[in-house]
Design a protein. Sequence first.
Length: 93
Amino acid sequence: MDSAHRLQPPRTAADGFLAASAAAFEWLAASSSRAWSWYRQRRIAAETFEMLGTLDDRSLRDLGLDRMELRSAAAEAAGQAERTRLQVLERIY
C-alpha cells in the first residue's frame, strides 16, 4: 500500500484548535519581537539625538557634523537609515 492509502488517525476539533493556537502564538511572538526591536531602535536614535544635541557647534564640527544633520546621524547610528556618511579610520604607527 502506498502512503496515500494508509489509514490516518482521526482528526478531532481539539487537534485543529491546538494547531490554530500554535500558529497564533508564533505570530504573536514574532510580532512582539519586531515591536521590541523597533522600540529599541527608536530609543537608541532618540538618546543619540539628545546626546549630540548637547554638544556645541565646534565639537559637532570636530565630529564632521552640522547641527542640521543630528537627526539623520542618530538614525544612522541606530540602524534606522542607511549609513551614508564617510567613515574614516586612522591608523597610529
